[in-house]
Structure formats: structure tokens, C-alpha cells
Ligand binder design. Structure first.
Ligand code: ADP
Length: 423
């Protein structure tokens, strides 16, 4: 069917997060990894294109997002959403502003909004200042982010140097007056030549008002949360027909593999919890891997009963990770583990695994690439921001879930399986 909303996300887990929130509506949401090389054939009402351009050079990010826009327009979309991080991760140059301005120019529009707020996750905006929990952004841990250190909390000041047109604010007082009043405020700002409007939101009801006020804008920008109520609004005004395709709930065979390359604190807890259940497990040790190659782990995998959902993991405590990095090199050990887990995913699929659970953002990228997966249909949510997805790999329908670092409860690996059993 014709796409109703076309979304462009600046990284993969951000795309999954947005797709998962849209899918809470029960409507079909499709996620593409990169801009598809072919023009759209079969598209869904909500299409999300995951790019990897958060930290790319500005010109490259702009070019990729423009290409994504062209593809989404060919899918029939008339409304678009530019999704970036809820902590507004960017450098002085971009890429949030330059991409928004390029998309506005291509769409021939003179105003958009910026709303990275995600109250459920502690991101709120007041008087144009972004807060992480109770701290202003520039006093939060984002201050020392390795790639995009955020040293200012004021979104207008962050955005202004990135764009050529004026930046303004629709503050909480305007939002609190409701959707019609907010629309009127945006019109007044438009009359004053304000192209880029930061919009305050401190709680979910604010986001609902903003979504309602902006639902007919050609381009909205923000974190995923402000898009959450768009499906319901589109259904209510008939933009989305009541018989729009629904989320898939296919029956997927029980054979499962769990692959964990994340070393974050929550993944460490999840791996320990799963092992404590007595699940079959194989620890990948980077130094032994260099000596022996893939044979031992593949031999172990070949002997497993996949209905018992075995776990292969490199997940380790920070001290062990540092030691491996010192011995092998940060990039090299990362790549070694990612490629090993990717090979295990392919071997497990060929051995009959149809449910694949992956922990780790970079690890997920390596696994999807090895499985040649470029399109995912979003399914039920396992934990906030982590849905099951359904895709095809080597002619098989596969259920895949890709969990980044700190997402999910300690029981995540068990929860994921249970969620699919109880569709
Ligand atoms: P997260 O989402 O938690 O950041 P990622 O998969 O994005 O997880 O990143 C984890 C990185 O750590 C990957 O590059 C992975 O290959 C690497 N890694 C995993 N286990 C180990 C280990 N035992 N020693 C060193 N590096 C590791």
C-alpha cells in the first residue's frame, strides 16, 4: 500500500526504537537497512530507513538522507520524519540541522519542528533546554561522549550554527494550550520567518499535543517519542485506512540461537541470568579465537539441540574486555568477535535456527549483514525499544531481535522467547 509516513533515522538502533513505537499501534511497520537499491515495490504504511550517518561528514549525511527521501517519496509518502537521538547527538556542524534543511528544501517547505523529548526515558525539553533526567544535557554524561560531547543544553544555540534560516521556540506555555493554539503559534513564528522551531515537551501529554498540531506537516523532526501517536492520529483523520495492513504474527519454528557480543552492564546481567537457568552456553575467548579460529565454536554449535536455545557469547566484564583490547587492539578484537558471531548466525540458520536473538548494536549490524537481511517487519515489543522483527534470510522466514547495550530486563533472553511463544 501507499506509504503514509516515511521516516529516516540516523542510526540503526534509533530506527528500531522508532519503528517499535510506531508498531505499538498494531499497524505494519517496515524497516529497511540503508536506502534500498531498487525502487519500492511492496511497501507498508510506515516505512523507516535506517542509515548510519550520525557521525558521518555533513555532505555524506545530507546526500544519504536525500536519497532516502527520494525512495520514500517513490513509495508514495507525503509526510516525513527525521529521527535523531533523544540527546540531540551532533557536532557543531551537524548533522541534525543540515539534514533537516536539505529535506525542507527538497520538499519545498519553510518550517519544521525539533522535538527530541522522550519523557519515558527521562529526556525532556523546557524553554528550549534539553534535560537528561534532572540534569541539563551539558551536565549529564553526554558532556563527555567520545564522539559527540554535548557542552550546551540549549537546543536553539546548538541548532543555530547548523542551519542558514532562523531558529525559534514554541515553549511549554504554548504547548500547554493545546494543539490548535500550538498550530497558531507555529503560524505566527512562520510569519516572522522562523524556519526551525524547537518545541518544549516535558511529559507524554505534551508530545500528544505536538503530534496532533504537526500531523499534517510535511516534515517533523525529533526523537522517536513525538512520532508515537501519529498512527492513531492518521487513523482518526482517515489518512490511514482502517483496513491498513496489520503487524505480522507469523508462527516461527522453535529452533533458537542467542548471540551476545555486547559487553554493557545490562547484557552482562542478562548473560549471567540466562546461564543460571542452565541454558547451553559457549564463551568466546578472543585470545583463543585467534589461535584456533572458528572450528571449535562451529563444532560445538553443530552438536546443539537448537530447541534449547543455546547461547554463544563474548560478553565479558570491563577488566577482561580491556585486557583483550590491549592484547589484540580495540578495533581488531571488536571486529573478530563481531565476525565470529556473524558466522555463528549463518551456521545456526543453516542448521535450522529460525529465531535469532542478538545482543549488541555493532554485533547486530554484523549479523544482519552476514544474514543478507535488508528489510525487517516490526513485530511485538519484548522490552521498551526492542521489538521482535521478521525477515527473510536464504529463503527462510526468520524472527530476529536486535538488542543494543543497556536495553531490556535481566531476564531478556528468556522474555524474548516467551514473547514469541505467546503471540
Ligand atoms: P553495545 O550495544 O553493548 O555497545 P556492541 O555490539 O555495539 O554492543 O559493541 C560491543 C563491542 O565489543 C563489539 O565490537 C564486540 O565485538 C566487542 N566485544 C565483545 N566481546 C568482547 C570481548 N570479550 N573483548 C573485547 N571486545 C569485545
Amino acid at each position: 500500500m501507499t506509504t503514509v509516513l516515511g521516516c529516516i533515522a540516523d542510526d540503526f538502533t534509533g530506527a528500531t526504537d522508532l519503528a517499535g513505537l510506531l508498531a505499538r499501534s498494531g499497524v505494519q511497520v517496515s524497516l529497511r537497512i540503508g536506502v534500498p537499491s531498487e525502487l519500492p515495490k511492496k511497501t507498508g504504511p510506515f516505512e523507516v530507513i535506517a542509515l548510519k550517518c550520525r557521525n558521518a561528514p555533513v555532505a555524506q549525511a545530507v546526500a544519504e538522507c536525500r536519497a532516502a527521501l527520494v525512495w520514500l517519496q517513490a513509495a508514495g509518502a507525503k509526510r516525513f520524519f527525521w529521527k535523531y537521538c533523544s540527546t540531540f547527538d551532533c557536532t557543531d556542524e551537524g548533522n541534525i540541522g543540515p539534514v533537516a534543511e536539505a529535506l525542507m528544501s527538497d520538499l519545498g517547505i519553510d518550517q519544521t519542528i525539533y522535538c527530541p523529548a522522550f519523557p519515558e526515558n527521562g529526556r525532556s525539553i523546557f524553554m528550549g533546554n534539553l534535560f537528561v533526567g534532572q540534569q541539563p544535557l551539558a551536565e549529564s554524561s553526554m558532556r563527555d561522549h567520545p564522539l559527540t560531547p554535548m557542552r550546551d543544553s540549549n537546543l536553539m544555540r546548538l541548532l543555530s550554527p547548523q542551519v542558514t534560516k532562523p531558529v525559534g521556540l514554541a515553549d511549554r506555555l504554548s504547548v500547554a494550550k493545546g494543539a490548535a493554539a500550538l498550530r497558531a503559534k507555529l503560524d505566527i513564528l512562520k510569519g516572522e520567518g522562523i524556519a526551525h522551531v524547537v518545541v518544549d515537551a516535558v511529559a507524554d501529554p505534551d508530545l500528544e499535543i505536538i503530534a496532533e498540531a504537526c500531523q499534517n506537516m510535511s516534515l517533523m523532526t525529533g526523537g522517536s517519542a513525538v512520532a508515537k501517536s501519529l498512527p492513531a492520529l492518521y487513523l482518526a483523520d482517515g489518512t490511514l485506512s482502517a483496513d491498513a495492513p496489520q503487524m505480522q504474527k507469523p508462527e516461527i519454528a522453535k529452533e533458537t540461537i542467542i548471540l551476545s557480543g555486547s559487553c554493557s552492564a545490562m547484557t552482562n546481567a542478562q548473560v549471567s541470568e540466562y546461564i543460571a537457568r542452565g541454558a547451553p552456553e559457549y564463551l568466546l575467548d578472543p585470545l583463543s579465537l585467534i589461535e584456533t579460529g572458528l572450528d571449535p565454536v562451529l563444532a560445538w554449535l553443530a552438536e546443539q539441540d537448537l530447541t534449547k536455545a543455546p547461547l554463544i557469547y563474548a560478553t565479558a566484564a570491563p577488566g577482561n574486555v580491556k585486557a583483550a583490547q590491549r592484547a589484540i587492539g580495540v578495533a581488531k578484537v571488536g571486529d573478530l568477535i563481531e565476525q565470529t558471531l556473524a558466522s555463528c548466525a549463518v551456521a545456526a540458520r543453516d542448521a535450522g535456527a529460525r529465531r535469532i536473538i542478538v545482543a549488541g548494536g555493532e554485533t547486530s549490524g554484523a549479523v544482519t549483514q552476514a544474514l543478507c537481511v535488508t528489510q525487517l517487519d516490526i513485530g511485538v515489543e519484548i522490552a521498551s525499544g526492542v521489538p521482535w522483527t521478521f525477515c527473510h534470510s536464504a529463503g527462510h522466514q526468520i524472527a530476529l531481535t536486535l538488542k543494543s547495550g543497556n536495553f531490556g530486563a535481566p531476564t531478556f533472553f528468556h522474555d524474548a522467547q516467551a514473547r514469541l511463544d505467546n503471540l
